[in-house]
Write a protein that binds this ligand. Structure first.
Ligand code: ZN
Length: 425
């Protein structure tokens, strides 16, 4: 038995060493940041390359370099330029794609700042961006050869802000690293910012599965003050001079708080190694937003802020979709009922087998009626993804549906756990 255990241990060590060797074969320290403009309207999109930058840190995994989740509206792939071997991939979503589903996008075209970070390559690579097509499949949108010795690759700006590590669980390559950015906190309020980070992450680590893995998280706070306290509220004609130019009324939805200054966000985040960016907005107004592998954002001083904090991180970190369908949103037909959404906690029943079918108790009807017999179990409840018909969610209630429950449903919990394991192994 002992020798079997020893063999298993040696196998694990050997595969870890192989992963590390793979990483250093293709990549050196730091990350390559590719800045581009994502522009278009409801029907079309284009990508225009802007700048290449070298950043000091890479906070992502060094062993799970290719993304097999299939999440996100976009997918970045990196190949060796000569042999066309896939060496890195990562799915993500964007504010631009959300805007494409608004009425405004049927009337005008707009451009959004976008940026993708990859481990800094040590050989020439082909950097590609794929976008979901009408069939929800990824199709190639943009491709460029990048030579890491190109002298036009700029160093990232040396911003003179302190970074404090508020929780240290070890090697960034084996932890989930969250970099917190302050929005609308003045210099005198930097202490409050740090307290807010700790208070809100306490609420996250009180909930499964985060509570189980809290010793796998590193938390960094970038102490970057704003000239003024608060954030922009266009609908009330309130405008503030802040670090990240965030505003309520995104797409004219009052509670939707985002920033379109994503390059400014990346500049600040570059001061720490990170997997996820979380922006805390110093306001008591209810609101926030979270976009998969882009950023999460919430206000801090509303009584519901701890709930919103956890909900938005569900979007930003695990690609979870909104399970609610009764609140007003600016989107129309966000989900096509002709294709299966990629979000792990929503289905249109087009390909339910790829979702949580195996988690249903035998005898659970599909769709599942919201009756006392079923509402405490995993099912397939109609209503979700902003519509009452044609999109289904796994639980009667969940952190991704409403503020009346603290916990994630089993399907969301499993999806979050999978993401944590991918980043920490
Ligand atoms: Zn859920």
């Amino acid at each position: 038995m002992k020798s079997l255990l020893l063999v298993a241990l040696l196998n694990v060590l050997a595969s870890l060493a192989l992963c590390q060797a793979q990483y250093s074969k293709w990549f050196s320290e730091g990350s390559l940041r590719v800045d581009y403009i994502l522009a278009g309207n409801h029907d079309n999109s284009e990508i225009y390359l802007q700048t290449l930058k070298k950043e000091a840190f890479w906070g992502g995994s060094r062993s799970n370099l290719t993304d097999n989740n299939g999440f996100g509206e976009y997918l970045c792939k990196v190949f060796t330029a000569d042999s066309h071997e896939l060496i890195y991939s990562q799915g993500f979503s964007t504010l631009f794609q959300e805007w494409q589903t608004t009425t405004e996008a049927t009337l005008i075209s707009k451009g959004f700042f976008q940026s993708t970070n990859i481990p800094f390559p040590n050989i020439p690579v082909r950097f590609e961006i794929y976008e979901r097509d009408d069939k929800a499949e990824f199709s190639l949108k943009f491709s460029v050869r990048i030579d890491p010795s190109d002298y036009f690759i700029q160093p990232s700006p040396e911003l003179d802000y302190m970074v404090e590590k508020l929780k240290n669980s070890g090697d960034p390559g084996k932890c989930v690293d969250i970099v917190f950015l302050p929005e609308g906190y003045t210099l005198e309020q930097m202490g409050k910012f740090k307290e807010d980070v700790l208070r809100l992450t306490d609420s996250l680590f009180a909930i499964e599965p985060f509570s189980r893995y809290k010793d796998k998280f590193n938390l960094y706070a970038v102490l970057a003050p704003s000239s003024e306290s608060g954030v922009d509220i266009p609908g009330e004609n309130i405008w503030k001079n802040t670090q990240l130019n965030s505003n309520f009324y995104t797409f004219d939805s009052e509670r939707y708080l985002t920033t379109s200054d994503f390059w400014g966000v990346r500049d600040l985040a570059a001061l720490a190694p990170y997997d996820q960016i979380y922006i805390l907005a110093n306001s008591p107004k209810y609101g926030g937003g979270g976009i998969y592998n882009h950023y999460s954002l919430t206000t801090v001083d509303n009584e519901l802020s701890p709930h919103v904090f956890v909900h938005e991180f569900g979007h930003g970190f695990a690609g979870l979709g909104d399970e609610y369908y009764t609140s007003d949103v600016a989107y129309s037909d966000f989900y096509s009922t002709k294709t299966e959404p990629w979000e792990p906690n929503l289905t249109t029943l087009v390909n339910f087998q790829s979702k949580w079918e195996l988690m249903l108790k035998p005898g659970t009807p599909v769709p599942t009626p919201p009756t006392p017999e079923f509402i405490n179990s995993i099912g397939v409840f109609e209503g979700g993804g902003y519509v009452a018909k044609g999109v289904y969610r796994p639980a009667y209630n969940c952190r991704m549906k409403s503020n009346t429950t603290d916990r994630f449903c089993d399907v969301c919990e499993k999806a979050i756990e999978k993401m944590i394991l991918q980043l920490t192994q």
